[in-house]
Design a protein around this ligand. Structure first.
Ligand SMILES: [Fe+2]
Length: 274
């Protein structure tokens, strides 16, 4: 049985994974944060659905963060997973079940992505920047079981399953649009996010601050040479209805601050991202 999310009742049903798990020691070379998570995504080849399974026993016993191990990571993989860390931080910050502890970590991570990601790409031997990014990446995943993510991650998971787009790359396209979509429900929180990115205009409205934050995110992604549209990464227009349908069942939707009404609303969003 696979994990199932019922978007009408907002209830998640997840299977128990009963077999013994081998102990894992992780030495990550990207900023995906998978090593800090008890969740794993597996694509069902028959349907293209990406299902999320959860078991605390899959979490590594130890994670060794050594920036030297990341210097040979391809730039696009490194920078796009850095944007995934930002995607985690933003979505976890304004998720309905966020708490102040997680939110503090997410704001600090957001601040540091803007400080160090471009620097770490411009010089892959900048171990100070890379090490700081590894720590902020940990911060975006810390206490993951106690906080949620949201619709943006749901869309990324299903773009992975249906269209084979890596999570970091899809996040570059999805995150700015999600900040815009969620804006009516998260204005004050997005002002805090903007302030973490360096917004200082105290006379500006929350909406102006939130729009500024979205523009900063778009600017950072463009400065890294990462994509802004789904058609740039091989997604076909005819895939969009299936992605929308599958996203509605993705369990990450549960704490999303502005729940989509139905698959049509997600499809409309995907068309804008196309
Ligand atoms: Fe995800």
């Amino acid at each position: 049985m696979r994990a199932h999310y019922d978007y009408q009742t907002r209830k998640i049903t997840a299977p128990k994974l009963t077999r013994a798990k081998p102990p894992v020691i992780a030495i990550p070379t990207t900023l995906s944060a998978g090593e800090f998570s008890s969740a794993m995504g597996i694509t069902d080849d028959a349907t293209g659905a990406k299902d999320i399974f959860i078991d605390p026993k899959v979490v590594p016993r130890a994670v060794i963060l050594d920036p030297v191990m990341t210097t040979a990571t391809p730039a696009r993989l490194w920078s796009s997973t850095g944007i995934k860390a930002l995607h985690n931080a933003v979505e976890r910050y304004y998720a309905l079940n966020a708490n102040p502890f997680i939110q503090g970590l997410c704001l600090e991570a957001t601040r540091n992505v803007f400080r160090y990601l471009k620097r770490s790409v411009d010089d892959s031997n900048d171990l100070d920047a890379r090490g700081r990014l590894q720590f902020l990446n940990w911060m975006t995943a810390f206490g993951a079981g106690k906080g949620g993510i949201g619709l943006g991650h749901g869309i990324c998971h299903q773009l992975g399953g249906v269209c084979d787009v890596p999570h970091g790359i899809s996040g570059c396209i999805v995150l700015p649009f999600m900040m815009e979509f969620n804006r009516p429900a998260t204005l004050e929180k997005q002002r805090q996010i903007a302030m973490a990115m360096g917004f200082e205009d105290t006379a500006a409205s929350d909406e102006e601050a939130a729009i500024w934050a979205e523009q900063q995110v778009r600017g950072l992604i463009a400065s890294l040479g990462l994509p802004a549209r789904l058609q740039e990464v091989g997604v076909k227009r005819e895939d969009l209805p299936k992605v929308a349908e599958m996203t509605l069942r993705d369990r990450t939707l549960s704490p999303t601050p502005r729940p989509p009404r139905d698959a049509d609303e997600i499809f409309t969003l995907l068309e804008r991202m196309f």
